[in-house]
Ligand binder design. Structure first.
Ligand code: NAP
Ligand code: G4F
Length: 369
């Protein structure tokens, strides 16, 4: 059986090419794990966020291994699980864009909902001793008023949220029915310089950099009144690891406990570079959603008291970290307060793999836990 015969811990990450997958891979590698990731076959390269971690598998130093698969293809899921025999499996794969889920409701259900059942059933059948993490979402709370915690009623407002609620409950079900060590991390929004460009924070910070660079005039957005509990993604992947280290499988809300509107995020992003957002932002109804989640704010007290997880970076600082990085990417000299913020928060182990940002070719991490 896995685990008993190995000295090195082995982790499998689905969604390793995404924002969280890349930070989680770095985090686990820095903790000495051998990390395996499922990647999708695409006609173009989709590994930009993890390229700096990859070494040829023939290199004796290689600790990161990639496997082609798809979370909806149970044959590939089973093959990878049986080959890797992970001690820990982190299921981060998803169609994760809420607005897009209204355009692709069936596909979103297959990937973000049924995909989780594929993983769990493969683990159960193969009898591998694996701790399982499911990337659940605060979006599941939907209409329920804040603060939201593990007891708050789910009321989905999108096909994405409905799919994630299925995934949440199938994870609980496999824990209760088969005794799997299966846990849900119910994560509130978390962002970073690696955030996809179509999520609102990155859309804003990228636009700020481009406006300063003179390559963009306007920023078109949807609902500015919606409020979110925005945290810093590298802190959340440490939370994921803590959730699986906890000997009792359980469900945990991770969030900062604070909340800001999109309009507030706009204000402090533009103010960081001395601009007024009102001069640049226009509303475009194509970015409105058929149903909206208006107000998310975590009550993370269970995670704080049970697994000792306590995030430090709040939205105004997060915006600065992201803008610094987006300005470097545009070839600009940013205000550069981000680095100091991360050091003050004890997060100087996170270094973006952007040569201009760090002066280094690759990410270097200290042990993050
Ligand atoms: P992301 O950047 O969109 O990454 C999603 C990952 O899933 C990518 O690696 C993507 O691969 C992969 N994927 C998509 N469809 C797949 C399929 N059919 N088979 C295998 N892999 C597939 O998302 P993220 O922000 O890192 O979030 C990670 C997870 O946490 C997601 O499940 C998301 O729903 C959940 N979550 C995120 C937040 C947040 O604020 N970030 C909050 C709560 C929950 P490609 O690169 O090939 O597209
Ligand atoms: O950045 P968003 O697209 O994130 P959203 O919908 O909250 O979802 C993210 O967080 C979830 C956790 O709660 C994750 F589960 C999910 O995978 C994803 O990571 O939108 C945030 C808010 C929304 O209210 C949206 O209506 O910003 C509003 N918004 C306003 N204008 C916009 C825009 N969102 C986007 N993406 N683009 C706009 O132009």
């Amino acid at each position: 059986m896995n685990g008993a015969k190995r000295m090195t811990k082995v982790a499998l990450i689905t969604g390793i090419t995404g924002q969280d997958g890349s930070y989680l891979a770095e985090c686990l590698l820095s903790l000495g794990y051998e990390v395996h990731g499922m990647i999708r076959k695409a006609s173009t390269f989709n590994t930009a966020r993890i390229d700096h971690l990859y070494k040829d598998p023939h290199d004796p130093e290689a600790k990161l291994f990639l496997h082609y698969g798809d979370i909806t293809d149970s044959a590939s899921v089973t093959r990878i699980l049986e080959d890797v025999e992970p001690d820990e499996a982190y299921n981060l794969a998803a169609q994760s864009h809420v607005r897009v889920s209204f355009d692709m409701p069936v596909y979103t259900g297959q990937v973000s909902g049924i995909g989780t059942a594929c993983m769990l059933e493969s683990i159960r059948k193969s009898d591998i001793n694996t701790r399982f993490y499911q990337a659940s979402s605060s979006e599941m709370f939907g209409f329920s008023p804040p603060p939201q915690n593990e007891q708050t009623r789910f009321h989905p407002r999108s096909p994405y949220a409905a799919a994630k609620i299925y995934a949440y409950w199938i994870t609980v079900n496999y824990r209760e029915a088969y005794g799997l060590h299966a846990s849900n991390g119910i994560l509130f929004n978390h962002e970073s310089p690696r955030r996809g460009e179509t999520f609102v924070t990155r859309k804003i910070t990228r636009a700020v950099a481009r406006i300063v660079a003179g390559t963009q005039d306007k920023l078109y957005l949807g609902n500015l009144k919606a409020k979110r509990d925005w945290g810093y993604a590298p802190e959340y992947v440490v939370g994921m690891v803590h959730i699986l280290k906890h000997n009792t499988p359980d469900d945990f809300v991770l969030g900062t406990g604070t909340s800001n509107s999109v309009e507030e995020f706009l204000r402090f992003s533009f103010e960081y570079v001395g601009l007024d957002w009102n001069d640049y932002v226009e509303i475009d109804s194509r970015y409105l959603r058929p149903a909206e989640v208006e107000n998310l704010q975590a009550d993370p007290s269970k995670a704080r008291s049970t697994i000792g997880w306590n995030p430090k970076v709040l939205a105004p600082e997060l915006a600065k970290v992201m803008i610094d990085c987006d300005m470097f990417r545009c070839g600009l000299k940013p205000p550069d307060e981000g680095r100091e913020i991360l050091t003050r928060c004890g997060l100087d182990w996170v270094v973006e793999p952007i040569k201009e940002f760090t002066g280094q070719e690759v990410t270097t991490w200290r042990n993050p836990t």
